[in-house]
Design a protein around this ligand. Structure first.
Ligand SMILES: Cc1cc2nc3c(=O)[nH]c(=O)nc-3n(C[C@H](O)[C@H](O)[C@H](O)COP(=O)(O)O)c2cc1C
Length: 319
């Protein structure tokens, strides 16, 4: 079983990938998406989204990071992939799942699920533009508003030469509302000759079991739960290996991880620390009640220094 860390725009950045892969359990990451329209992007754009390209394409712990491209023009997706491959990413992932209105309006993301042949064209263009040794993968949802095209979309992706497809088991219209329909992926995973990865609503070790059983997929991708329990991937791997030595991180340990992330990201824009600390605490609330209390304490703070002081004071109290 492999576990992939899901791409999450505005959440899973370079530092987050470094931190979560250091905690362990992940076999691969994906960058935030690089938006491709009708231009050839300069290298600095790829490097901004994927700083790992300057260190062999992996996180500091050695986990490969695929570059994520999003766009509706087969031609420009191919041209940009051809340029990006010169930076030697370990793989290129194509986003066909983004539900954002802005992105969908400009012909990118999940809106393409309405046109299965275009998905095939885009994957083929990217596949044909890069060295055969570089895997090209795709991430889709079950469909836009229904599942009727799922088999065709998945078939076109495979035929176009993709190495793998990850399926977020909801439609665009489902958004992020539970449940995820893992069993809706079963037919595709049985028919496909490339690996199919199941994604959506895997919050616990038990969910991972059920998602794999119901979808027929061996590999899983974790999104929001990776933030809710930073050691979930490690727990799932330990369970899979029948390794009884695994112990969940305590709240003080998790709080330390949060502070560490913010410290490493301090060179970002001035609101970064205040925004991201609140964002992560909201994710953590689901697993740690202490995170809810801490969120209440810091929710009005804007300055980085004030946030750091509040988090450190909370950690000291726990010692
Ligand atoms: C804040 C946020 C940003 C996301 N950004 C991306 C993205 O850039 N590309 C993508 O393919 N999916 C993106 N997704 C979808 C996730 O990769 C994943 O498919 C989704 O969250 C379902 O998995 P989960 O239930 O484990 O969170 C994003 C999701 C969230 C919540």
């Amino acid at each position: 079983m492999r576990i992939l860390l899901a791409p999450m725009e505005g959440v899973v950045d370079y530092e987050m990938r470094a931190l979560l892969t250091q905690i362990g359990g992940y076999d691969r990451c994906v960058t935030e998406f690089v938006r491709v329209t009708d231009q050839l992007l300069p290298n600095r754009v790829f490097l901004r989204f994927n700083p790992e390209l300057e260190q062999g394409g992996t996180t500091p712990s050695g986990v490969p990071v695929y570059l994520q491209l999003l766009g509706g023009s087969a031609k420009y997706m191919g041209i940009n992939a051809a340029r990006a491959q010169k930076l030697e990413p370990p793989g290129i992932d194509i986003n066909f799942g983004c539900p954002s209105k802005t992105v969908n309006k400009s012909d990118g993301g999940s809106v393409l699920l309405k046109e299965p042949h275009r998905i095939g064209d885009i994957v083929k263009s990217v596949r044909d533009s890069v060295d055969p040794a570089i895997p090209v993968t795709a991430k889709i949802r079950l469909g836009f508003s229904h599942h009727d095209f799922l088999a065709e979309v998945a078939g076109n992706i495979e035929e176009a030469g993709a190495s793998e497809v990850c399926i977020h088991a909801r439609t665009k219209e489902d958004g992020y509302k539970p449940p995820a329909y893992w069993s809706a992926v079963k037919q595709v995973s049985e028919q496909s000759s490339i690996p199919v990865i199941i994604n959506g609503e895997i919050w616990t070790v038990a969910d991972a079991h059920r998602a794999r059983a119901e979808s027929g997929c061996s590999d899983i991708m974790l999104g929001r739960s990776a933030l809710t329990r930073p050691d979930l991937a490690a727990a799932i791997k330990a369970d899979n290996n029948a390794d009884s030595r695994f112990v969940w991180r305590s709240w003080p340990e998790v709080l330390e991880i949060l502070i560490h992330y913010l410290e490493r990201s301090e060179s970002q824009h001035p609101k970064f620390v205040s925004n991201r600390s609140k964002q992560w605490l909201v994710f953590l609330q689901r697993a740690y009640p202490e995170a809810a209390t801490l969120f209440q304490n810091i929710k009005r703070l804007k300055e980085s220094e004030d946030v750091f002081n509040a988090l450190s004071a909370s950690l000291k109290q726990l010692a």
